[in-house]
Design a protein around this ligand. Structure first.
Ligand code: ATP
Length: 368
């Protein structure tokens, strides 16, 4: 774990554009840390992903998993390649295996557009969008304890798993996050359960536990939404959402909708957090269609690194890490001052290098 001089961070560049956005992000973190004083990093490069599976026959080799377990935090860029698959046709997804192995039940997906990026929604209140989707990340329809089956040539089945301990953990996580946000933003907090309890047993059970945990957090409002209606709310009036907690598959889908409403996959950071470990990773995948072309927007990766610094700051009482995270966020906002930078993803000219350069320049200009 952290020694006096450095945070040990396991680094997984993964596949595709992951390789283009990792090293420059680490350099930005080091520059921010240098400006806020006294933070050191012991970067531990780890090999895992679809290319690793193709070359070595295993997607998440033992030494990489051991490094992830030993690290203070894990920073992961993107994994998976559509052309590399398991014999049963599924894609290689060691990032999901890591969530299961390390018990990372809380997938934190902030939806907060960078202020200068052209808003996707026309309503003036689009600038007020600031909410967090918590995607339960270890069970639901992705539960490894109940893998899909093909009982016969004309049938396939999947099972949704919802268990009490994981629900309690992810609901408590959501209420604590809402309380922190309420304090920081100076307004009441609210957690919305996003489910389909009108149809499925698993979600009726989910709601029972949600009500139990809500009773332990009386200062935070608890409300309920069906996932279909919630998808509409995300488009029609997203400024009313605070923290929304949902099942794994629903969270997978809704967080891509959230990313789209921020401008695209390249703007959406995330974290997968458990009791002892956390992985920080952009919401996007390896984007093989643009890999190697210098077109990837690295903003999601940069903001994921800022989330990592803020999480390390909380866990280790290291305010300098929080300052470095804040500096990176400030630099992203400054780099995207209205009209200053339009990424390729939004039809502009700014590719990977241009974004890193602009954020790096802004980092030097800002007061630490
Ligand atoms: P996964 O299932 O692993 O999350 P995916 O199949 O949803 O991945 P992505 O790799 O995220 O797919 O790509 C979806 C689309 O978004 C692609 O057109 C890709 O080019 C685009 N995209 C993803 N990340 C970025 C990025 N950082 N910058 C620009 N475009 C991106």
């Amino acid at each position: 774990m952290r020694n006096d001089s450095a945070f040990r961070v396991a680094i997984f560049p993964g596949d595709g554009i992951g390789h283009e956005i990792t090293a420059p992000t680490l350099r930005l973190v080091e520059r921010a840390a240098a400006r806020t004083g006294g933070l050191g990093f012991d970067w531990r490069p780890c090999q895992a992903g679809a290319a690793t599976y193709r070359d070595e026959g295993t997607a998440l080799p033992g030494p990489a998993l051991a490094e992830a377990r030993a690290a203070d935090a894990i920073l992961l860029a993107a994994m998976g390649l559509p052309s590399v698959r398991y014999p049963d046709g599924r894609e290689i997804t060691p990032q999901i295996d890591l969530r299961m192995e390390l018990g990372l039940y809380a997938g934190v997906r902030p939806v907060k557009p960078v202020p200068g990026v052209r808003p996707v929604l026309a309503d003036a209140r689009a600038h007020d969008i600031d909410y967090v989707i918590i995607r339960e990340s270890t069970e639901g329809l992705f539960a490894p304890s109940a893998p899909g089956t093909r009982p016969g040539p004309d049938e396939a089945r999947e099972t949704m798993v919802v268990t009490r301990p994981v629900c309690e953990s992810v609901f408590d996580f959501s209420f604590h996050l809402a309380a922190e946000r309420a304090q920081a933003l100076g307004r009441p907090g609210r957690v919305t359960s996003v489910d389909k309890a009108n149809v499925f047993q698993a979600f009726a059970f989910w709601r029972e536990i949600f009500a139990e945990r809500a009773a332990h957090h009386p200062d935070i409002a608890a409300d309920l939404a069906y996932v279909d209606a919630f998808a509409m709310t995300m488009v029609q009036k997203p400024w009313v959402i605070d923290v929304a907690v949902t099942e794994n598959m629903f969270g997978d889908i809704l967080s891509d909708l959230g990313a789209a409403l921020m401008g695209g996959m390249g703007y959406a950071p995330s974290a997968d957090i458990g009791d002892a470990h956390a992985v920080f990773q952009p919401c996007h995948g390896s984007a093989p269609d643009i890999a190697g072309k210098g077109l990837a927007n690295p903003t999601a990766m940069i903001l994921s690194a800022a989330m990592m610094l803020e999480w390390l700051a909380q866990r280790h009482a290291a305010p300098e890490a929080a300052r470095a995270g804040g500096l990176i966020r400030g630099a992203v906002d400054a780099a995207f001052a209205p009209g200053a930078l339009v990424t390729c993803e939004l039809g502009g000219q700014a590719g990977t290098e241009a974004v890193f350069e602009a954020v790096g320049d802004a980092l030097e200009r800002l007061d630490a």
